[in-house]
Write a protein that binds this ligand. Structure first.
Ligand SMILES: Nc1ncnc2c1ncn2[C@@H]1O[C@H](COP(=O)(O)OP(=O)(O)OP(=O)(O)O)[C@@H](O)[C@H]1O
Length: 299
């Protein structure tokens, strides 16, 4: 489990991360969402032990991270701009990773050659940007880390490779209980991958949600009543949004579907339809007040 408590990082008096709290259980894929400049990269670098926080604590399975070699050997960080030694080939980088990480698996490296289809003896700098990113994934999966932290890693990968990489991530989580933290400014990019999403804005993790719970906790209703919408019903529901289209009322309501239906039925509606909401719609309503964050994250 990764835990951040009251973590702050300031650059030249500018607080990029301001008292952030975050909890990532073992064996989940956690999506860190947020607009440009929200503080995601700064937070991930601290979580990977590359940057030191000014205040607060970061622990992995209860152990302090900073300058703790044993803990850091279990973590791999994939930055948004991946660095390779000048003139190095994938094979040479693999040799380097093998020295650095006791968990590096030569067998896994050879196995993944068929997935990534890159020449391991070619200089990485001669690959295209997307191919270099694939090389970084190939090496990362060969390291078999307990914790994989990635900063917008899917940018620049074509749809085919992206699907393969997502599947490999899911397999590693299911088979080895690897913990994954992945940042993006696009909810759509993460929704088929992540179980939990944290939303970061202005240096703070504003909300953390389990996506299944989020989906189960908000619904869209279409309702009609013989004598207009009963005022008492509005008081008994947790209404996030309401609009009228002729005699039909459209409501966005927080709560469990069965309970909402039971409550509405006691008012004898002529029409009661409960419609599913997309994750994007749910996020939009959850972040109602913050139009900038909402637009950047859900597009
Ligand atoms: N080394 C640094 N020195 C000064 N300011 C920095 C430094 N690194 C980050 N910042 C500032 O901290 C804020 C957060 O930056 P960060 O890169 O963490 O955001 P982000 O959420 O990853 O953004 P993006 O989605 O654009 O990559 C920005 O205002 C940035 O200018």
């Amino acid at each position: 489990m990764i835990q951040l408590v009251d973590v702050t990082k300031t650059f030249d008096r500018f607080a990029a991360v301001k008292g952030a709290n975050m909890m990532v259980p073992k064996g989940v894929i956690y999506g860190l969402l947020g607009p440009n400049g929200a503080g995601k990269t700064t937070l991930l670098k601290m979580m990977a032990g590359i940057l030191r926080q000014d205040r607060g604590t970061i622990t992995i399975d209860g152990e302090e991270l900073w300058e703790n070699v044993q803990v850091k050997q279990r973590i791999l960080f994939l930055p948004d701009f991946v660095y390779f030694f000048p003139h190095a080939t994938i094979r040479q980088m693999a040799d380097f990773y093998e020295q650095l990480y006791p968990s590096f698996s030569r067998g896994r490296f050879l196995e993944l050659q068929s997935v990534f289809a890159l020449d391991p003896n070619k200089k990485i700098q001669q690959f295209s940007k997307g191919m270099q990113r694939q090389a970084a994934f190939w090496l990362a999966f060969s390291v078999q880390p307990d914790v994989l932290i990635m900063d917008e890693p899917l940018d620049g990968l074509d749809a085919f490779v992206r699907r393969h990489v997502k599947q490999l991530l899911i397999d590693e989580v299911v088979e080895r209980e690897m913990t994954v933290v992945i940042s993006s400014h696009n909810l759509r990019e993460l929704e088929d991958l992540c179980g939990t999403v944290g939303l970061m804005a202005r240096g703070v993790v504003q909300l953390e949600r389990d996506l299944d719970e989020l989906r189960a906790g908000m619904h869209k209703l279409q309702l009609a009543f013989r004598d207009g919408f009963p005022g008492e019903l509005a008081e008994r529901l947790d209404i996030v949004h309401r609009e009228e289209r002729g005699s039909i009322a459209i409501l966005i309501v927080r709560g469990e579907k069965r309970r909402i239906e039971e409550t509405v039925r006691t008012f004898h509606p002529l029409i009661l339809d409960v419609l599913p909401l997309s994750l994007e719609e749910i996020f939009m309503y959850e972040m109602g007040g913050d139009a900038h964050v909402r637009e950047t994250v859900v597009g």
